[in-house]
Design a protein around this ligand. Structure first.
Ligand SMILES: Nc1ncnc2c1ncn2[C@@H]1O[C@H](COP(=O)(O)OP(=O)(O)OP(=O)(O)O)[C@@H](O)[C@H]1O
Ligand SMILES: [Mg+2]
Length: 298
C-alpha cells in the first residue's frame, strides 16, 4: 500500500500545486513510483504543470461512478519519469457535495493505486473537504508564505485541522462529538477539557490521535526582506495546539517558476539549476528521508 502525503495551506495561492508538482517529479526522477491525486475540488490544475490539457479521464469519472476503478483515470507521464496523475475535476454537483461515504470510497480506492507514494493536492482553505483529505493522509505538508497574513491563515488552518482530527476520534453521533462541533475552541487544552467533561478518558484518546500529526513546514516565496519568525510560529503551534512542526525547507521567490509554468513543466525539470529548483531538490531529499522512516516503521 502506498504512503499518502497531502499538501495543504490556509490561504490560496501559496504555491501548493507548484510544490506538489515539483516534489512528485523529483521523487519520480529518483526512481520512486509516484502518483498525484488532485483533490482540489473546484480549483484542480495540477495536470497543467505537466502540459496535460483537457484530460479525457478525470476524477469525475470515478466520482460519478462511470468507473469503479480509480486506476483507470490515472495518466502515466512518460516524459516525467513515469509519474502518474489523476487529474482533478470541475466543480460538479457530485464533487462539491461529496458525502462522508463518497470520501471514504475515494480514500479506499487510493489503496488500489499502483504507486509507492501518493501526493494529494487538497486545495486551499478550511472546508471540510480540504481538512478531511488533508488529515486522511499518512503525512502532511503545509505550504505557507512568510507574510504575517499568510501565517495567520495558516495557523487558523492548523487549528481547525487539529480540532477536526480530535473530533475524528469519536462517533459523529456521540455526545463528545455533538458538543465539540457546537463550540468554538482557541486551544487544544479547551478541547481536552470540554471532551473530558463529557467522557472520562477522552483527553487521552485525542492526545494519542494527535501524536502522529506533525505537519511538515514549507515556506514559499521567501525574499531577502521577509523576516518570518518560524520559531515563534512553532512555539505557538506547540503551546496552543500541542503540535510540533518540523521544517521541510524554504523556497525563494524565483521568476523561473512563472517561466516554467508557461512552458507547462515543473521548474525542477525546466530549469534544474534555478534557485527555486535547488531548494525544491533539498526539500525532496528531506521528504524522501521522512517517507522512508515512515515506511520502515509501518
Ligand atoms: N517560489 C515561487 N517564486 C515565484 N512564483 C511562485 C513561487 N511559488 C509559486 N509561484 C507562483 O504563484 C502562483 C500560485 O502558485 P500555485 O498555483 O502553486 O499556488 P496554490 O497554493 O496551489 O494555489 P491555489 O490555492 O489557488 O490552488 C503561480 O502563478 C506560481 O507560478
Ligand atoms: Mg493549487
Amino acid at each position: 500500500m502506498a504512503i499518502t502525503v497531502s499538501v495543504g495551506s490556509g490561504k490560496g495561492g501559496t504555491g501548493k500545486s507548484m510544490v506538489l508538482a515539483n516534489l512528485a517529479a523529483l521523487l519520480a526522477r529518483q526512481g520512486r513510483k509516484v502518483c498525484i491525486v488532485d483533490l482540489d475540488i473546484g480549483g484542480a490544475n495540477a495536470h497543467i504543470f505537466f502540459g496535460l490539457f483537457e484530460p479525457q479521464r478525470t476524477l469525475t469519472h470515478f466520482l460519478t461512478r462511470e468507473t469503479e476503478n480509480l486506476a483507470e483515470v490515472a495518466h502515466t507521464l512518460d516524459s516525467f519519469h513515469g509519474l502518474q496523475i489523476i487529474p482533478g475535476t470541475g466543480n460538479t454537483l457530485q464533487t462539491a457535495n461529496m458525502s462522508y461515504q463518497e470520501k471514504k470510497r475515494l480514500l479506499r480506492a487510493l489503496e488500489g493505486i499502483d504507486a509507492e507514494i501518493i501526493l494529494m493536492d487538497v486545495g486551499a482553505g478550511t472546508s471540510y473537504h480540504s481538512l478531511d483529505f488533508f488529515m486522511a493522509a499518512d503525512l502532511q505538508i503545509c505550504v505557507t508564505m512568510p507574510e504575517p497574513t499568510s501565517i495567520l491563515d495558516f495557523y487558523h488552518f492548523l487549528q481547525l485541522a487539529t480540532i477536526r482530527k480530535a473530533l475524528s476520534c469519536f462517533l459523529s453521533q456521540s455526545e463528545v462529538s455533538k458538543t465539540l462541533k457546537q463550540q468554538h475552541f482557541q486551544t487544544i487544552t479547551e478541547v481536552f477539557e470540554a471532551a473530558e467533561k463529557i467522557e472520562e478518558g477522552a483527553q487521552r484518546i485525542i492526545q494519542k490521535q494527535l501524536q502522529s500529526f506533525h505537519p511538515l513546514l514549507v515556506i514559499n516565496r521567501v525574499t531577502a526582506g521577509s523576516k518570518l519568525n518560524t520559531l515563534k510560529l512553532k512555539n505557538i503551534a506547540s503551546k496552543y495546539l500541542g503540535i510540533y512542526l518540523p521544517d521541510l525547507g524554504e523556497i525563494p521567490i524565483d521568476e523561473a517558476v512563472a517561466k516554467s509554468l508557461q512552458a507547462y513543466m515543473p521548474v525542477c525539470e525546466y530549469a534544474p539549476g534555478a534557485d527555486a529548483s535547488l531548494a525544491l531538490q533539498a526539500i525532496a531529499e528531506k521528504l524522501t528521508k521522512v517517507v522512508d522512516l515512515f515506511l520502515s516503521k509501518r
